[in-house]
Design a protein. Sequence first.
Length: 209
Amino acid sequence: MGKIVITNHPLIQHKLTLLRDKNTGSKEFRSLVGEISMLMCYEATRDLPLQEVEIETPIAVAKTKVISGKKLAFVPILRAGLGMVEGVVALVPSARIGHIGLYRDPETLKPVEYYCKLPADINEREVIVLDPMLATGGSAVDAITLIKKREPKSIKFMGIIAAPEGLEMLSKAHPDVDIFCAALDEKLNEHGYIVPGLGDAGDRIFGTK
């Protein structure tokens, strides 16, 4: 069973408050999403496999650790997931980036796939799927289903705000996937938005309405 981690670090909680504020403009919003993503990535990569190597310091030979294997792939769900990429890549510059395009049908609230491009060697990598909002959970479930067909070493989901409904749907559909979020909010409203949430993350990141 995958673990569910709601990160309560004070720096993340402080930045999340600024992120939620309706008066926060797009420029600051983008910066905050990146900063929160970087801090959360630190937590989500805590159990990456390590291997021992031998190096020479200016003083002596040392046995020390590096990340084992082909390392990481980040897969943002378009388009809001793009806002999280800069923060995580700042922490793990060697990671590969895939992209999955899903939009939510306004009538059914179900996700519709329109784009999927993943690293060729994804089967040798640990994958972290990125999407700021885990609302109904449909997009995350479908994105992870697509990625599983390519048989990566492991898959984690990293969001910023989750609704109970989305968390339940994702954990039931993919019980082997660890889930990392900064906040678990109250509920979804009748339009499928998280309450209290922060509105439409894509619109606020890219300044569209």
